[in-house]
Design a protein around this ligand. Structure first.
Ligand SMILES: *Cc1c(COP(=O)(O)O)cnc(C)c1O
Length: 388
């Protein structure tokens, strides 16, 4: 098996007659057939080839192949956004009456999907608290089909033991799906621990530069086949242009994440010592409650740091307002450091009980540490904290 960095750089579509070194863009909606027999055989799937770009395209295939290799998966399919990947994966595999067991701390729109839309089709869910994984088995019913989680979680930066989830899924014959967005395939490979499918929002660290949206699901071939057939009919496909951008981005994923994680650890260590911070959460800080699990399943700590500002909602807002270099933005995993205050923004509609259940306190600040010089990032955080 090739090393990760080599896969990232050298997995490429076949060179054309023009002998290009870097993969070109294939902006084409459809592909040409030799004759009616060629066309018949292609539609019958007797041949593996491109038919129409809603199904496959050389750029999306290159992107998918890289993620498949990086995650140690069998197959995959790429989507226009991370949410298209989440929705299509669940919708392809579930029937009315099926049940999902999921961590309560999931991405906001995933929570919206479970609570507002799947309920319309009689697909119900039960949530477990990420800090009480021993309660998971008690939630499993005869109708339960999928066990779902993110690790690290957003925005609480809690860690779930993937090996433990893998054991539960195996014991109860559930499909284990992990949203691996915060870790990326460079830092963590859930399939090693028994995940059947892995989902990424490629919009975040995979693009890494805040440019395009994308998503991907990889994993067991039989399950990906179902997802592919569903998507071929319903049309959530990734655009070739975005696939081309994302595949190029993957070439630098390892070097970017080494630096992101180095900067993030320094930011976390800085915050540990400031009087305005009540507590700091970063997977590779020894004080993280699940530090040992993080060390077991993650290669690096990643770029997300969570900290608790003293003074709750008011202090959180004031701190965000005073930032000069770091940006107030909804994205994460960008080269630019982004700071968010979930209680007053993304999660402002939740009651205080719901906030607590989701692992969010009023003073929680999430930092997506970027690739600026770490001294400049820390200087900005220090001056903003000074005014709280
Ligand atoms: C952003 C995000 C998504 C959704 O991805 P989009 O590309 O924005 O649709 C899903 N899961 C997690 C954990 C995310 O951070």
């Amino acid at each position: 098996m090739e090393n990760f960095e080599t896969i990232a750089v050298r997995t490429q579509t076949e060179r054309t007659q023009f002998q290009e070194h870097s993969t070109p863009l294939y902006l084409t909606s459809s592909y040409v057939f030799e004759d009616s027999e060629d066309m018949r055989a292609s539609f019958a799937e007797e041949k593996e080839r491109n038919i129409y770009s809603r199904f496959t395209n050389p750029n999306t295939s290159e992107f998918v192949e890289k993620i498949v290799k990086m995650e140690g998966a069998e197959a995959g399919y790429a989507f226009a956004t991370g949410m298209a990947a989440v929705f299509s994966t669940f919708a392809a595999l579930l029937n009315s009456g099926d049940h999902i067991v999921s961590a309560r701390s999931v991405f906001g729109s995933t929570h919206g999907l479970f609570t507002k839309y799947f309920t319309k089709w009689n697909i119900l869910h039960s949530y477990f608290n990420v800090n009480e994984p021993e309660t998971i088995e008690g939630l499993i019913k005869p109708e339960t089909k999928i066990l779902f989680a993110e690790s690290p979680t957003n925005p609480g930066v809690d860690i779930l033991d993937l090996e433990y989830l893998g054991e539960i899924a195996k014991k109860h014959d559930l499909i284990l799906i992990i949203d691996n967005c915060f870790a990326t395939p460079y830092i963590q490979n859930p399939m090693k621990y028994g995940a059947d499918l892995v989902i990424h929002s490629a919009t975040k660290l995979i693009d890494g530069q805040g440019r395009v949206l994308g998503g991907v699901t990889v994993g067991r071939e039989d399950l990906v086949r179902e997802i592919y057939l569903f998507s071929r009919n319903t049309g959530p496909a990734l655009s070739p242009f975005n696939a081309w951008v994302l595949s190029k981005s993957l070439e630098t994923l390892p070097v970017r994440l080494e630096k992101h994680s180095e900067n993030a650890l320094k930011v976390a260590e800085f915050l540990q010592d400031v009087p305005q911070a009540e507590s700091v959460k970063y997977p590779f800080l020894k004080s993280h409650p699940q530090y040992e699990i993080a060390k077991k399943q993650m290669k690096l700590g990643g770029n997300i740091v969570g900290f608790q500002i003293k003074g709750g909602l008011h202090a959180g807002r004031k701190f965000i307002d005073k930032l000069e270099l770091c940006t107030r933005s909804a994205n994460l995993g960008d080269t630019r450091t982004i700071v968010t205050h979930p209680a007053s923004t993304t999660h402002s509609k939740l009651s205080s009980e719901e906030l607590e259940a989701a692992g969010i306190s009023e003073g929680l600040v999430r930092i997506s540490v970027g690739l600026e010089h770490v001294d400049d990032i820390i200087a900005d955080l220090r001056q903003a904290l000074g005014s709280v």
